[in-house]
Ligand binder design. Structure first.
Ligand code: SAM
Length: 264
């Protein structure tokens, strides 16, 4: 970036920071949609924000969320009128990924069921999010889903999502696939979609390449019930072989107590 441009960008940023520190007296309020056990809540509360509403219809997710945060999430998002959701500055939503993930699509296809937006139970939940954004006009949102959301239906699904957020709702949108491996011992790629109501320059943070090893989270002794039966072990090997032959990426890893040995 040329020196003059950089100076202008820096002084804009400074001005913006001053404006916020002058007028912002209360914490940002966020809503936690499809909250699961509260990954977003953990991060946003650590950043000083306050949760004003949460929702997840799964009984066990609700129990865990309540144990974690002392608040039971509301149930099915369809059962709540958009106007009854409290006002908020930031909307967070890790909407269900099965209709778009490689594994989910393949399972649905093998059962003769529809996937993507055609999946009537889980595929249209993005539009519930869009409806809430349209009504409440939060300052920002963060959505999360599987990496395959970008390429599902030859990119058409993502095109619809992107144009709904940008053209129809008027937000400035950034997205990036982020691998969680700097934080957890897992290669876990997810797409994050960040949007701002008013134009704003945004860059996703650069993350380091390496992270914790599996050995750092495993317990030295575990109850027998966690040992695979011979039957299940055979099933797993057959299942992996079947998918390998079909060119799918399913499988299992073998671990020698120090690190993952290989992936079948
Ligand atoms: C990918 S998970 C979100 C995980 C979450 N980000 C976390 O940190 O645990 C999607 C969640 O959406 C919930 N869900 C699916 N359909 C829903 C609906 N109609 N109303 C409310 N929650 C729903 C599921 O129960 C599931 O917990």
């Amino acid at each position: 970036m040329a020196r003059k441009q950089r100076k202008t960008a820096e002084s804009n940023l400074k001005e913006e920071k001053n404006r916020y520190s002058d007028c912002r007296v209360s914490p940002y309020r966020f809503i936690d949609l499809f909250c699961g056990i509260g990954g977003f809540r953990l991060a946003f509360e650590r950043a000083g924000c306050q949760c004003s509403w949460s929702s997840d219809w799964d009984k066990y997710a609700q129990q865990t969320y309540e144990a974690n945060f002392g608040e039971r999430p509301h149930g099915d998002i369809h059962s709540v009128a958009v106007a009854d959701i409290p006002a908020h500055d930031i909307l967070c939503g890790g909407f269900p990924c099965q209709p778009f993930s490689i594994a989910g699509v393949s399972k649905k296809q093998s059962l003769g069921r529809k996937h993507g937006f055609q999946d009537e139970k889980q595929g249209n939940l993005f539009f519930s999010i869009a409806e809430i954004i349209d009504y409440h006009r939060p300052v920002a949102f963060v959505l999360e889903n599987v990496k395959n959301l970008r390429s599902h239906d030859n990119g058409h699904t993502f095109e619809v999502i992107h144009s709904t957020l940008t053209v129809a709702l008027g937000y400035t949108v950034y997205h990036k696939v982020i691998d969680a491996k700097p934080f957890v011992p897992q290669h876990r790629e997810r797409i994050f979609i960040v949007g701002f109501r008013d134009w704003r320059y945004f860059e996703f943070p650069e993350l380091r390449e390496t992270g914790p090893k599996l050995s750092s989270i495993l317990e030295p002794t575990v109850p027998d019930k966690y040992t695979l039966s011979d039957h299940l072990w055979q099933y797993l090997q057959d299942y992996a072989a079947k998918h390998k032959a079909a060119g799918n990426g399913f499988g299992y890893g073998l671990f020698d107590g120090l690190d993952l040995q290989h992936w079948d």
